[in-house]
Design a protein around this ligand. Structure first.
Ligand code: NDP
Length: 336
């Protein structure tokens, strides 16, 4: 029997997760039963939301169970199939385990490798791209000439948000954690201005200077102090797409910030949290539009790809240290 590696949740993190929370095991690849497909992992996605699943307690997705294999987005290739819908060699996307090989009952999406590089289906043409698309367009409702601020701007979601906002004719200000990232956003992706939140003497003052007309749309990927500063600049009838709060994912105590509701009230602003899967019925429409922008060169993207199955936990931990530009992926194997 052939063997493979898999990664389990060993313990629940207190605060910042570490390597100790993960356990590598070598196990046999099970034989296929009727209707099953054996998928070789090529790219494994690591995502900030996985931090929430490492905790106990109710959320919009169930927590990872202790001692169970971590799951998430995986792009792979079918190596053996007992399911009529899949042939050996097919490229697929699925919610699969952090394993070198996964047995699936066939809840997989077939990918067309002619459309885009395979890794893109976990980034710009995958969950992060869809998150940017729906959060900005459905909640933000951008109009030409408006000012959009996006935090986590150089990440997988943020860099797509900024570019779509530019396509809609908005002024776009990005907030990210390094000069190199910010330089890329302005020179390569067309952002109008950026703030390095790690070195800024006052995010609030910089925002006021860079958004002289105020902020009409805030796409929030991070929360915390950055978000507190943006709220002070909101215009009347502003819209806030509450996408992520990564600055708070590793805090143990409940943070208390400024009371923002009076601001939202007097500005008659909309604040709406969303989870991308709420938009599942509309995914294909969004994919078509994202694909069209991509092919026309109107949408660019970057990925940070770490090689090697053994590096998955470290790549995940790197998200909380800002080590990625664009989508963070782990390349586990080449296609055959
Ligand atoms: P990113 O590619 O943006 O990676 C995470 C980035 O967050 C890091 O590179 C880092 O960039 C930044 N970051 C990390 N810690 C902090 C901190 N303490 N303060 C400020 N910034 C920090 O991840 P994604 O694009 O995949 O996700 C972005 C956000 O969107 C996350 O909060 C995620 O949970 C959320 N999300 C929500 C979805 C939904 O359906 N609502 C779906 C997908 C993602 P820097 O160098 O700038 O610090």
């Amino acid at each position: 029997m052939a063997k493979q590696r898999e990664i389990k949740l060993a313990s629940r993190p207190q605060g910042m997760p570490s390597q100790d929370n993960f356990l590598f095991e070598t196990v046999e690849i099970p034989a296929l039963q009727a209707d099953e497909v054996l998928v070789k992992s090529l790219y494994i996605s690591v995502d900030p939301y996985m931090r929430g699943r490492m905790n106990e307690g109710k959320s919009y997705v169930p927590p990872y169970a202790l001692g169970e294999v971590i799951t998430g987005g995986v792009v792979g290739q079918v190596v053996e199939s007992k399911n009529d819908r899949f042939q050996t060699g097919d490229f697929v996307l699925g919610e699969l385990g952090w394993r070198e090989f996964n047995v699936s009952k066939g809840r997989l999406t077939k990918l067309n490798p002619q459309l885009a590089p395979l890794s893109a289906f976990l980034g710009v043409l995958g969950m992060p791209g869809l998150t940017a698309y729906f959060g900005l367009l459905d909640i933000g409702q951008p109009k030409e000439g408006e000012t959009v601020v996006v935090s986590g701007a150089a990440g997988a979601v943020g860099m797509i948000v900024g570019q779509i906002a530019k396509l809609k004719g908005c002024r776009v200000v990005g907030i990210a954690g390094s000069d190199e990232k910010n330089q890329y956003l302005v020179s390569e992706l067309g952002f109008d201005a950026t703030i390095n939140y790690k070195t800024s003497p006052s995010i609030r003052k910089e925002l006021a200077e860079l958004c002289p007309q105020g902020v009409d749309i805030y796409f929030d990927n991070v929360g915390g102090d950055i978000t507190d500063a943006v709220f002070l600049q909101l215009n009347d009838f502003a819209r806030v797409a509450l996408c992520g709060q990564i600055a708070l994912y590793n805090t143990e105590k409940v943070e208390v910030g400024p009371r923002i509701l009076p601001i939202l009230l007097v500005r008659r602003a909309l604040l709406k949290g969303f989870i991308v899967s709420d938009y599942q019925p509309q995914y294909s429409v969004a994919m078509q539009e994202l694909g069209k922008w991509l092919q026309a060169g109107q949408l660019k993207y970057r990925e940070t790809i770490v090689e090697g199955f053994e590096n998955i936990p470290e790549a995940f931990l790197g998200l909380f240290r800002g080590e990625n530009v664009g989508k963070q992926l782990v390349k586990v194997a080449d296609p055959f």
